[in-house]
Design a protein around this ligand. Structure first.
Ligand code: GUN
Ligand code: FE
Length: 423
């Protein structure tokens, strides 16, 4: 049977944000790309399956990056001393404009996809640029990689340089063509409607995009309450709205379909709408929030209230596409926030940050990011023996934590998506 096997090793996953499961020296059984179960001894009925013995290695679920800009990967690690709006105008927009040339896009996206393939990420929700043909080239490369992705052609028709803007009618038309082409051409890459943020989209464009998402029943992604300068600008643009979230709601973009809102740093205590609409996923981007001096997000508040909150890199606001790094950064920021801002909100611990990077993000795609029966078998095999220590008797959970903290670049020994081995 294709995509069916039994895999032995030290297994770890987090079925809830406050619950971790460790299965030392156990068998993970995968049938038809889905997790069947975990067993200390392999039951006789599975004896005919292909077997992979990774005794002594760690086995964890593949991770989801819920918000990343593929078109910003070339300038990762550069120009980190400006805040969001200057960073966008001075660097990001001119860089994204280069993707009007499909041959540039082809080469740049190749670098991105090659690195994404090697990383701990199995699924991601991606911003491309306004350019339809270049965005389709990215979709093609991702499809061939075996990774599973939502890719958005970015929509922008105002407050941006002429080189990175579309006429409103053209933006609506090309978005609809893009949706149809992605749907008919790919099986692992899906379209996602992508209004960049309120300052970049006229009311007419925003409203049309909301209608397209509903018409084709596809999800939507954007940015919300990231940086103080952005918040001021949005309230100038939409003076009748009571909050940034309310502005999206007035434009028909609030949670009518499954929706990712990146950042939400300034939503805490203001945008209760986030707590109320179960279609909204918060993408917490700790590295980006630090680099662009955006702020310290109160992630645990949303976790404890049952919101969908997951982790993301937001490259190139974040410098690294490693979700291992995002896990560590989320814990670190939450501790600084607890110490310096609000001692009533406890920091994240490793388990809750791992949960956000695995099962919470995976749930945007259905059931991925966990090893409970029925979940898609997205698997990472890690070799922690290459990080010597005199300590012995570490638990599986401690070894996973240590591996992730000591491997910010995210090296992975083997990787499978829906039971298909990519390497
Ligand atoms: N808000 C609007 N566009 C962007 C972007 O490209 N990156 C980040 N971090 N925030 C944004
Ligand atoms: Fe972003």
């Amino acid at each position: 049977m294709e995509r069916s096997f039994a895999l032995r090793g030290d297994i770890f996953f987090t079925p809830q944000y406050d619950k971790k499961t460790s299965c030392p020296s156990s068998w993970l059984v995968v049938i038809d790309g889905r997790v069947e179960g975990i067993y200390e001894k392999l039951p006789g009925r599975y004896s005919g399956l292909d077997k992979y013995d990774y005794s002594g290695r760690l086995i964890i679920p593949g991770l989801t990056d819920l918000h990343i800009h593929a078109s910003q990967y070339q300038f990762r690690g550069l120009w980190m001393d400006e805040e969001l709006l200057d960073w966008l105008n001075n660097h990001t927009f001119p860089q994204e404009a280069m993707y009007c040339d499909p041959s540039y896009a082809e080469k740049a996206y190749r670098i991105f996809v090659d690195d994404m393939l090697k990383s701990p990420t199995t699924r991601s929700c991606i911003f491309a640029t306004i350019h339809k043909d270049s965005s389709l080239l990215l979709c093609r490369q991702l499809e061939e990689s075996g990774l599973i992705s939502y890719v958005g052609k970015v929509s922008m028709d105002r407050n941006s340089p002429d080189i990175l803007i579309e006429d409103t009618a053209e933006a609506i038309k090309s978005e609809e063509e893009y949706i149809k082409q992605v749907r008919s051409s790919f099986s692992r890459v899906y379209p996602i409607v992508t209004p960049r943020f309120i300052p970049s989209c006229s009311d007419r464009l925003s409203m049309a995009l909301g209608e397209l998402a509903v018409k084709y029943d596809i999800p939507l992604q954007s940015h919300l309450s990231e940086n103080p300068g952005e918040l001021d600008w949005v309230s100038e643009l939409m003076p009748s709205s009571s909050s940034y979230a309310d502005a999206y709601d007035k434009l028909g973009l609030w949670g009518r379909v499954r929706t990712i809102m990146a950042h939400c740093v300034y939503s805490y205590g203001r945008e209760e709408e986030l707590l109320e609409n179960s279609n909204i996923y918060i993408a917490h981007c700790p590295d980006s929030n630090t680099n662009l001096s955006s702020g310290m997000m109160g992630a645990r508040y949303y976790l404890e209230r049952g919101c969908n909150i997951a982790l993301a890199t937001d490259v190139a606001g974040g410098a690294s596409l490693s979700m291992f790094r995002a896990i560590c950064d989320a814990v670190r920021i939450s501790k600084l926030r607890w110490r310096h801002v609000d001692q009533d909100l406890k920091p994240l611990d490793f388990t809750s940050a791992f949960y956000m990077a695995s099962k919470a993000g995976g749930s945007f795609f259905g059931s991925a990011g966990s090893f409970e029966p029925g979940c898609d078998a997205d698997i990472l095999v890690l070799d922690d023996s290459r990080l010597p220590t005199m300590l012995d008797g570490l638990t599986v959970a401690e070894r996973v934590e240590r591996y992730i903290y000591l491997n910010p670049d995210g090296s992975v020994l083997h990787k499978a998506v829906q039971g298909e081995w990519l390497f």
